[in-house]
Design a protein around this ligand. Structure first.
Ligand SMILES: O=c1nc[nH]c2c1ncn2[C@H]1C[C@H](O)[C@@H](COP(=O)(O)OP(=O)(O)OP(=O)(O)O)O1
Ligand SMILES: [Mg+2]
Length: 192
């Protein structure tokens, strides 16, 4: 099995753009995408990621990757976590800040979980990346999810204020893809 081409099963065009950009910096791999309607279970980020990838490769009939992003507030013991999509959609940037009114710490981390399945019936492997930061009032263009309200630790910019080069070298997604990249590179070497 060759890993110079891989399908990313996602409905999120921004995730796809960042993933193609980050992977293109490291290994010669072509990423196409398929938008399949896959139910996302409730549970831990790992349980959700494994179930989604298992189903995606069954539907696709071949190897694939999937990705789940969580935004975890320290004051809320890790919530909204994997449910951030619904919080974002229903509360918006203002609501994501209001959730923390009354709490001293605005600390949060972004967690990216890539899952790789070698094909239908093949148990997904997980690659996690985490970036610590804080929830702040929105700054920067509101082009991708909660980018405008997340400020990574040690920076004075939100993700939304960063250039793609800046975000894509410190992001949760970059850190998870760094691990996936190493795995795919080793796989290719083992097969040649
Ligand atoms: O770097 C990011 N910067 C800002 N916002 C982000 C980022 N990455 C994901 N997001 C948003 C998209 C969605 O509102 C939620 C994750 O939900 P999640 O289920 O993983 O994504 P999704 O349903 O949009 O795409 P998919 O088809 O791959 O499941 O956080
Ligand atoms: Mg989703």
């Amino acid at each position: 099995m060759s890993v110079n081409k891989l399908t990313f099963v996602t409905g999120n065009p921004n995730k796809l753009i960042e993933t193609q950009y980050i992977l293109s910096q490291g290994i010669p791999i072509e990423i196409d995408s398929a938008d399949l309607d896959i139910p996302e279970l409730q549970g831990t980020t790992r349980e959700i990621a494994i179930a989604k990838c298992r189903r995606a490769s069954e539907l696709l009939g071949r190897a694939c990757i999937t990705e789940d992003t969580a935004l975890c507030y320290k004051a809320l013991n890790g919530l909204p976590g994997p449910y951030i999509k619904h919080f974002m959609k229903n509360l918006g940037h203002e609501g994501l800040n209001k959730l923390l009114v009354g709490f001293e710490t605005k600390e949060a981390y972004a967690l990216c979980t890539f899952a790789y399945s070698a094909g239908p019936g093949s148990e997904p492997l997980l690659f996690e990346g985490r970036t610590d930061g804080a929830i702040v009032p929105p700054r920067g263009p509101p082009l991708f999810g909660w980018d405008a309200v997340f400020q990574p630790g040690g920076f004075d910019k939100t993700y939304a204020e960063m250039s793609k080069e800046e975000k894509n070298i410190i992001s949760h997604r970059y850190r998870a893809l760094d691990k996936l990249k190493a795995y795919l590179a080793a796989l290719s070497t083992a097969q040649t």
